[in-house]
Each structure stands twice: as C-alpha cells, then as structure tokens.
Design a protein around this ligand. Structure first.
Ligand code: CA
Length: 492
C-alpha cells in the first residue's frame, strides 16, 4: 500500500466520458427525440447473498450455473463490499451514491428507526431521478425498505404491536419509478406481498408463489412490455429487481432447489474453518440453515437466468447494462454472527457482476469498489456523467471499467451505527490485504481488530495487539480520511 495509492482516491474526481458515443447534453433536460434509444439498465440484487456463494468463486459448495456463465460475459469485481452491510443503509447508498451520514439512513427502517426519522428523504437526488428526467421508463420490483413504518402499522406478519418493519411507499417517494411492484420488508417467501403502482396503503395483495420466481416473471413481462402496459416502448428503460431470498427464513423455498442438494452432507457443506463446531449454538445454527441458504441462492440464480433469457430473446442484450449484486452477505453463524451488520468477509463481500456486451470487456478485477460508487458509475457509463448529482460522494469507475485505466481506491470504508448514537458502533477500513475494525461503546475502552486477509482469509486471528504502529498508520492514512470525507461524527 503506497502512500500515493492511498491518496489517489482523495484526488479522484468523477470522470466525464467524452469517449462515449452518446452525449448527455444532447438529450439531458430536453424532450428527447431519439433515433437510437440510449442504453437500458437492469439491476438484479437478491438480499443477503455473500460473494462466497457464487460457484465460480470456488468457496461455498453452491450451484450457480447462471452466474458462472454470466461471469464469463461480465466484468466481475471480486472484492466489492457493502460498506454498511445492512438493508436500509445499503439501499440508501445504492440509490443516492452517498455514504450513510450523507443520505441519512444510518440504520434499518423499522419502528426503532422511525423514532430517529430514518428513511430515504423525499428530496434526495437518486440515479433514478436523473434517468426519469432524462426520459427513461423506470420499474422497481421487490424489496425497497427505505420508508419508516408508521402507526397504525400495515397489517402483515412483519408488523406487530411491538415491532414493525413493513411500510407502503407513497408515489411521491418512489424517486422516478413509474412501474412499481414492491414492498418495504416482508419475509414470507412463499406468499409474498406487493403494492402495485395504483394501490393505496390498504391495497397490498398477496401471491401464492416463491418471491424470486414471481418477481422474475414480472420482470420478464416488463422487459417484453406485455400488452404495451408496462413501459413506454419509445423510451429506454431502467429496471430494478430486488429479490428477498436468500434472506432468512431459510426453509421457505421450492423443494426442487433443496433436492439439488439432496446428496450433500452437512459436514461437506460446512467446510469453512471459521464455522463453529457442531454442538455449539452457532455451529448448529450454521448446519441447520446452510442447505436452505445455498438452495435459495441456486433458486435466485435460476430466476436471474430467466430474466437474462428474456433480454436475449428480445435482442436487447447489447443495449442493456446488467448489474448483479447484493445488499450484503451472510455469516450464518460464522464468528458467532447470525447474519450481517459486521465486518467479517462473509458479511461484507457481495457479488458484483457488470455486463455490457461489446462495451465492457469481460474480466476479473480486484478494484476496491464501494456501494456509493454504483450510482455515479452507472450514470457515467450510460452517458449521464454530467448529470451526476452534486450530492454524490462515491466515485465513478466508468473510465476504468471501459478502458482498464483509472484511479484505484486504497481502501473501503466500513460502518455500523447504533440508533441514536451516531459517534459509536463500529468503523473500519478494508484494504487489498487487511480488514481493520474499531468498536466503540460509551464507558468502555475501544476495541480494535485487525485481520491479515492474505495470510488468514478466514479471519481467525486478531493481529491488532501485535501491530500497534501499523494499526495507527491504517487509522491515520485510510480510516480518518474516509471519516472526514463523509463528515462522520465519530471524529468528534
Ligand atoms: Ca438485507
């Protein structure tokens, strides 16, 4: 890690792409009259799918034939992370290109978060707002999770008197998405619920079908524009498909996916050395749920394949940028962590595959890409570099993606922010070799953890106590610049 490399990200500015054949100035802000439609965008992101659960990565014993094939056609960012690996903070960053203290969603949207006003602000400028104003049709299918639940809570199983998660998104808070088939948070995978674009708060409907399968079918109808009712055929489209599995509960999935793992034993599936042993609470939790988790991932992979097939059938592959990623990973008991919201690799690392045939050369790249980079990068790739909102804190990697040349961040920021205690919780950085995490709780000494991910990929040994000078260097040269850049109250 050179000092020059560490400083590079601070000096980096969003690259404007003169090389693109589409000039945003030609149609941005105007009533567009296209002879050739600009690029479509398709984002598919399941919830809680760790990077390790892609077969081609050679880590988890999972079956993902679609992703394996798709990886061969895509630029695969092998070291992508979810900087705040939790639903709502990630989703806020995905939509706005900002870090959590910028977009304000510093915790999950649920009844606790409501007390602190945690939800995506109506006035935030999202990539979808830019595309809407530029003449795109926009569709959102699946989990949104960016609204505070309000009393009286919507009647459903994720909302009880004591705890509430799910909320309807009023039309004025949909940030440009005109086709809407979504929900806040709802975890009944075999009987999911949705509000469509016209439904009012009481107008949700339930479906007797596995969520990802149903959402893939909706996505296919949207792409095919069945009956001409899904989108304006004279406009390019941007579609998001936000699937809930492989989120828990891990036993709600079609049997056919579980059958694919019939011959696997629990012990061959739990091969990672950081899985706690059988007979322990978290070791048993892992063994109980890993088959369902991987089988759901296989189901998501199959449904993603159906959506890709529709693009191919319609001859839209070359005209559509496709991004497959996830909002965070899943420990599933590893390191005694139930799922996400921690800095272990299984929680932090997410799939990140980007395909644009003829424009993006298929390859693998270990770029330390961060969640807020997605918004400016996509806008830039699509020709809207000049329209990247001023509020964006992420970096456009479009030039690097298209040409192989561009700035490379030296570290990724990690955050965990407790409700109402914004200067506490966890902060850290992940470099190409190390993961540093600092835990702060009022009245207690700070705890620092450092893993050498090269020598110790399963993060079994904390080397912070033996390396105080290196810890200090990482804090000063990587963590503090990030905290300053994102105006983090952690610095006091
Ligand atoms: Ca999530």
């Amino acid at each position: 890690m050179s000092k020059v490399g560490r400083r590079a990200f601070l000096q980096q500015t969003a690259a404007s792409l003169a090389a693109l054949s589409l000039s945003p100035g030609e149609f941005f802000g105007q009533k567009p009259q296209w002879t050739t439609l600009p690029t479509n965008l398709l984002i598919v992101f399941p919830d809680q799918m760790r990077a390790q659960a892609q077969q081609f990565m050679g880590e988890d014993p999972v079956l993902t034939p679609t992703l394996d094939r798709f990886a061969g056609e895509s630029l695969v960012f092998t070291q992508a992370v979810s900087n705040y690996p939790l639903c709502s903070p990630y989703r806020g960053s995905l939509m706005t290109g900002r870090y959590p203290f910028g977009h304000g969603v510093t915790g999950n949207c649920n009844d606790q978060g409501t007390r602190y006003g945690l939800e995506l602000r109506t006035g935030e400028r999202c990539w979808s707002d830019v595309l809407k104003e530029s003449g795109y049709s926009l569709g959102y299918i699946g989990k949104w999770h960016l609204d505070s639940p309000r009393k009286p809570y919507v009647k459903c199983s994720n909302n009880t008197e004591k705890e509430a998660w799910n909320e309807w998104t009023p039309p004025g808070r949909r940030h440009g998405f005109d086709f809407w088939y979504a929900y806040g948070t709802y975890d009944q995978h075999m009987k999911p619920m949705y509000w469509d674009a016209k439904a009012d708060r009481d107008g949700a409907h339930w479906v007797d079908q596995w969520g990802p399968e149903h959402e893939a079918e909706l996505a296919i109808r949207y792409i095919k524009n069945e009956g001409g009712t899904y989108r304006d055929p004279g406009k390019p489209f941007a579609l998001v498909v936000s699937m809930n599995p492989p989120h828990m509960p891990y036993d709600q999935l079609p049997q056919r996916y579980l059958d694919m793992y019939r011959d696997r034993t629990i012990e061959t599936m739990g091969h990672r050395p950081n899985i706690p042993p059988a007979g322990t609470r978290w070791g048993d939790y892992y063994r109980k749920n890993i088959k369902g988790y991987l089988a759901m991932t296989t189901g998501v992979d199959e449904q993603f394949g159906r959506i890709l097939h529709a693009l191919r059938e319609l001859g839209l592959e070359k005209d559509t940028i496709v991004l497959f990623t996830s909002d965070h990973g899943n420990c599933l008991g590893i390191h005694e962590e139930i799922s996400k919201n921690n800095s272990y690799a299984e929680s932090l690392r997410v799939p990140f595959l980007l395909r644009w045939p003829g424009r993006i050369k298929p390859r693998r790249d270990d770029l330390l890409i961060s969640t807020p980079d997605i918004c400016p990068t996509l806008l830039d790739l699509m020709g809207f570099g000049a329209a990247i909102p001023k509020s964006v804190e992420g970096t456009s990697h479009a030039r690097l993606i298209l040409t192989g040349r561009g700035g490379r961040p030296s570290a990724q920021l990690y955050l965990e922010i407790p409700y109402g205690r914004s200067a506490q919780g966890h902060r850290g950085v992940r470099t190409s070799r190390y993961t540093l995490t600092i835990a702060r709780e009022a009245g207690k000494p700070e705890q620092t953890t450092l893993f050498d991910d090269l020598k110790d990929p399963y993060q079994m040994k904390n080397i912070a106590p033996d390396n105080p000078f290196f810890v200090k260097e990482l804090i000063e040269e990587d963590l503090v610049p990030w905290l300053k850049k994102t105006r983090d109250p952690w610095l006091g």
